[in-house]
Design a protein around this ligand. Sequence first.
Ligand SMILES: Cc1cc2nc3c(=O)[nH]c(=O)nc-3n(C[C@H](O)[C@H](O)[C@H](O)COP(=O)(O)OP(=O)(O)OC[C@H]3O[C@@H](n4cnc5c(N)ncnc54)[C@H](O)[C@@H]3O)c2cc1C
Length: 373
Amino acid sequence: MNDELQMFRKQVRRFVQEEFVPQEPRWREQHRCDASAWTKAGETGILCTDIPEEYGGGGGAFAHEAVVMEELAYAGVNFGSGVNSIVAHYVLAYGSEQQKKQWLPRMARGELVGAIGMTEPVAGSDLQSIKTTARRDGDCYVINGSKTFITNGWHAGIISLAVKTDAQLSGAKGISLVIVETKDLPGYRVGRSLEKVGMHAQDTCELFFDDVRVPASNLLGGEEGRGFYQMMEQLPYERLTVAVSAVAVIEQAVAITTRYAKERRAFGKSLIEFQNTRFKLAECKSEAHIARVFLDSCIERLMAGKLDTATAAMAKYWLSDRQCAIVDECVQLHGGYGYMMEYPIARMWTDSRVQRIYAGTNEIMKELIARSL
Ligand SMILES: Cc1cc2nc3c(=O)[nH]c(=O)nc-3n(C[C@H](O)[C@H](O)[C@H](O)COP(=O)(O)OP(=O)(O)OC[C@H]3O[C@@H](n4cnc5c(N)ncnc54)[C@H](O)[C@@H]3O)c2cc1C
């Protein structure tokens, strides 16, 4: 953190409190935010904060993204700006100059919402088994297949889509990433908004592609068969975004539970006067501190271009695991009120669970870490 980032945090906090928090209960009901939330976020400068200014971004670093993700997590707002940034980084890393100029400024303004299309009904962890194909036909790719669990699916204007460009090649070799611009695109269809256990305001959908034609120039990286390696290169960034929100939720859970334990009374005392309550909160606070130190070191490494796959996997696995354990403990310390959705800790509990599943399950993270042994 530095003074500039602290100023930025204040601006983000004010925006989230004024523009998002009052709307959030309605977003939960409709299973997505309003489209206007994206353009307002763009106007305020909280989208693509770590994309260079020449492409319309904020010109900052991952630390700016972390501030945005933390403020959203502290406020309990599920908004897919992190996923939007991940897509922007695919374009920044592998897009041509013309593609960067074509897409990135619109993504930063919130006019073009980004989604990542990897997971399919038949392939999640086993990404190499995807079935969606992109067949070359003249100047176009013709895409057929479907994706599921896609964050920002409803609002998506631009999708970084994992496809098989060569169905004959087995495993990673036949996989490519193709950018799909969805507006008025024949054959493209957004399915239902999925009913999730938590994160109800987060837009999560199925996507269908029936003979969808996109320009062949939308292939990322200019060469077929690079998609799997491109995803592996970008996944540490995605995994760190999960770790950032995990630590923010841990910190918030400990803060609100400590407040609650001081206010709530039983047996003529406040809860915090029971040794068990104090010890549980002492354990949670210690873990929150350790989590923060580890996360900050990972952020520094990412910003220095030195975050390796195994360490990013450790951050995603361990911090999301701790998030679930600590939030669960905090629910317990709230008693019955911890199970009531009107209490933020209850929503944190239902929202937290998926952090161990998406962006690669924690079992897959352990596989990646084990490879470094
Ligand atoms: C709310 C939400 C949002 C999501 N957003 C996106 C998105 O924006 N874009 C996108 O592409 N995907 C998204 N996903 C998908 C997510 O990344 C996958 O659900 C995840 O990778 C797991 O894949 P799967 O669901 O097919 O489970 P499976 O791969 O079927 O796994 C089932 C179980 O088997 C275990 N398992 C599988 N393989 C192994 C192995 N080799 N060793 C040990 N255990 C193993 C897993 O760990 C898991 O416990 C999202 C998912 C959710 C729930």
